[in-house]
Design a protein around this ligand. Sequence first.
Ligand SMILES: [Fe+2]
Length: 287
Amino acid sequence: MIKFPLSWHRRLRLALAHRISLPFHRLFNRFPDSEAGHARAEVTRITCHHTPLAGRRAVQISDLHLDRYHARHDSVLRTIAGLKPDWIFVTGDLLNVSDGLPHLFQFLAGLRSLAPVFLTLGNHDHYSGVPVDQFTALADRHKLHLLVNQTMFVPTEGGELGIVGLDDPSLHRADLTCIPPRTKGRFTVLLAHAPNVLDHLDHRHAVDLILCGHSHGGQWRPPLIPPSWLPYGCRGRVHGHYRQNRHRLYVNRGLGWSLLPLRWSCPPEILAIDWSADAPSDHENAG
Ligand SMILES: [Fe+2]
């Protein structure tokens, strides 16, 4: 696990925050027309250099908070289908309340029809009251790969893709010992819900790309004002690329909402990751 446990007062604050948010989620789930700023997800593209994976593509989405299936979820599926991914990564906060499970798995089954799907859990998944074993059983039934401090390897011509799925770092449930050692020809993607995982990785951890969510990109972004809402576990990381200890992190704005069904100047995001045999560009090297 992350080296130190979550303090009791932090645990209490997080649990209270979730308790306060639940009535809002239950209320607004009944009124899908109350959503604003969610209509169209933007596609962001990044490139990774690794010859054995050249020409392959993955898609990452995050923070679904999917308690009710809406028309916009069909639109997300159509957009992802158009990207023709080889793999799909979902980095936690799948839902808020347990009665959202049928809606969530309707969407996840749609994803699975497009490509193999790899999932991790976020803080809201744990607070939902759905046991991890139930998530695992449902994932197995739908042929989805739920990774809770686990790693899978996908062989490719001349190499392999390693996919590490950590449990939520913001709840200090991430166990970094499941990260495999560096091996020639392997590109390792680390999936984790919260960006604070970056602060727990050092140069010994063989990770080539870290994908997170949790921030919602701030969710409400009035012009010229720094984000006023960032949950514990972001450590100031709002959106986009971050680098530390030679690790490359991308923070996805996610698809859903917390507390209020409003995204302001902060559209939902679908990340497309393309692998190339070319040398990394200056942009990729930028911090
Ligand atoms: Fe979230």
